[in-house]
Design a protein around this ligand. Structure first.
Ligand code: BG6
Length: 493
């Protein structure tokens, strides 16, 4: 690993895009402001548009306008940014880019370190990687790393082809595949909560846990992304990556060390233990949904099929709920319920670990309100942990009532939680790949979801089947009722 204040020339392909504007420039700014980036850095924005450095710097400054830091000179910060108009197919453009990188390397003294960030249409990922190599841009006296945005393929086969192409140009340890959920503070907290507390790990198994629920719901619909989303759907857009990554962190065994290799190896083992379904079993374990019109925050919004430039007969899932079984010694018999969807009632990501009842709980009966013990990890928008336990009710009887013990990660002393992208960029520049997805994880996740996608593609769904602003289709509730459980509503008010 390199130092905490890395030096590098960062080359962002897709520099005029939405992600760069909304996430990357503000994250680089925050790193700079927080002293996590040395002054020895330069950013080259690469895209087709014929912008100049001035236009680019103005855009960068706009993207950081909301930060109100008197001590930072925005012009000085923006002076590190350079724009390079570029056509991926035109090999002459690579030489020009190489010259610019070298010039900035000398000017900013970046030790020859290069970070390529692919944040453009994924169909160009393979060609771009190949051309960077053939035109000599991947060879430098410092380190070269590649950060690559999702989607990484649209099924196992396409992901493998893409991976093979990229691996021609970069080694696995140079590739940083982004799953921005791994940069979220509370997702990173899962390992600490689990492995730094005597309280949880002894109970973290099928003897004490009855089921685990992971929900990531969104209020927004597909907005401007209909063209991409209609070919993907919630299964590929959220379940294959973010949801399965959270599941792997919750389900994995403790690693022997906190190194990227050891952690990954445990995550891979957990994913390998996922029960593979036959196509004809998919209906028992998976529920798909698509939003209809409905009332969201008092406003009547149109159905998915009516508002996004998508096929009016679209069969795309905007919601998915699943019951996953992990067939290993620790988890045999414990259902993991996962659900994610767009246009739901609230924006929230929560992980709920529900513990089994005591074999003989004396506080049951009509005078008691005893409930299951829950450990809730609030990922977003609220960040924190809540433990649900039972305690004596404050009255004249010895009756029980549920109470909660809460930790709020956003409380005053923790106001400045870093953004996911900020953490991930910093990790990559330091050479720490822990919070990026290794090819083995990507491959296993696609193989698992491919079966579901295939089963669904063979049968048209009865869509739309949930109202905008609701909690998804009723079949998602039934999935849990069949096992005697229900989704816990644990989002803080
Ligand atoms: C992205 C998906 O990966 O994650 C989007 O492509 C989704 O469809 C987004 O909206 C959700 O991320 P977050 O951080 O807002 O929960």
């Amino acid at each position: 690993m390199t130092t905490n204040n890395p030096k590098a020339v960062i080359v962002i392909f897709g520099a005029t895009g939405d992600l760069a504007n909304r996430k990357l420039y503000p994250s680089i700014y925050r790193l700079y402001r927080n002293g996590k980036l040395s002054d020895n850095f330069a950013v080259i924005g690469v895209a087709r548009r014929p912008w100049t450095n001035e236009i680019f710097r103005d855009k960068v400054k706009e993207s950081i306008e909301s930060f109100d830091d008197d001590h930072i000179d925005a012009d000085e910060f923006a002076s590190h940014f350079h724009y390079n108009p570029f056509d991926i197919q035109d090999l002459d453009h690579y030489e020009k880019l190489e010259n610019l990188i070298n010039e900035l390397d000398v000017k900013h003294d970046t030790d020859g370190n290069r970070l390529f960030y692919f944040s453009m249409a994924p169909n160009f990922f393979g060609t771009l990687a190949a051309n960077l190599k053939s035109e000599g841009l991947t060879t430098t006296k410092g380190w070269t790393r590649l950060v690559i945005e999702k989607p990484f393929g649209h099924d196992y086969q396409s992901a493998k082809e893409l991976n093979d192409q990229i691996r021609e140009a970069f080694n696995e340890d140079q590739i940083y595949r982004i799953d921005h959920y791994l940069g979220k503070e509370m997702v990173q907290n899962i390992e600490v909560i689990r492995f730094a507390n005597a309280l949880f790990e002894p109970l973290w198994n099928n003897q004490y846990i009855s089921n685990i629920q992971i929900t990531s719901s969104e209020v927004l619909g597909v907005e401007e992304r209909g063209r991409y989303y209609d070919g993907a759907g919630a299964l590929k857009d959220m379940m294959q990556n973010h949801m399965l990554q959270m599941l792997a962190l919750i389900a994995m065994d403790p690693p022997i060390k906190l190194t990227p290799e050891e952690i990954r190896s445990e995550k891979v083992k957990a994913l390998r233990a996922l029960r593979v379904l036959n196509e004809d079993e998919v209906g028992q374990y998976f529920v798909r949904g698509q939003y209809d019109k409905g009332l969201v925050n008092g406003e009547e919004l149109p159905a998915y099929r009516d508002g996004n430039g998508v096929d009016p007969e679209s069969n795309t899932d905007t919601f998915v709920a699943a019951k996953l079984m992990i067939d290993n010694f620790r988890w045999a018999g414990v259902p993991f319920y996962l659900r994610t969807g767009k246009r739901m009632k609230q924006k929230s990501t929560e992980i709920v670990v529900e513990f089994k009842d005591l074999p003989m709980n004396l506080y049951y009966g009509k005078e008691h309100e005893t409930k299951s013990n829950l450990l809730v990890i609030h990922v977003q928008p609220h960040e924190g942990i809540t433990l649900h336990v039972n305690a004596k009710k404050g009255d004249y009887n010895a009756s029980s009532t549920p109470i909660t013990l809460s930790y709020d990660n956003n409380s005053d002393d923790k106001m400045n939680t870093p953004e996911a992208y900020e953490i991930l960029l910093h990790d990559c520049m330091r050479g720490d790949s822990t919070n990026f997805t290794h090819w083995d994880e990507v491959a296993l996740s696609w193989k698992f979801t491919d079966v579901i996608a295939k089963a669904w593609s063979q049968k048209k769904a009865d869509f739309p089947n949930y109202a905008s602003g609701s909690n998804g289709p009723k079949e998602a509730d039934q999935l849990l009722h069949n096992d005697g459980f229900e989704w816990w509503d644990v989002t803080p008010d």
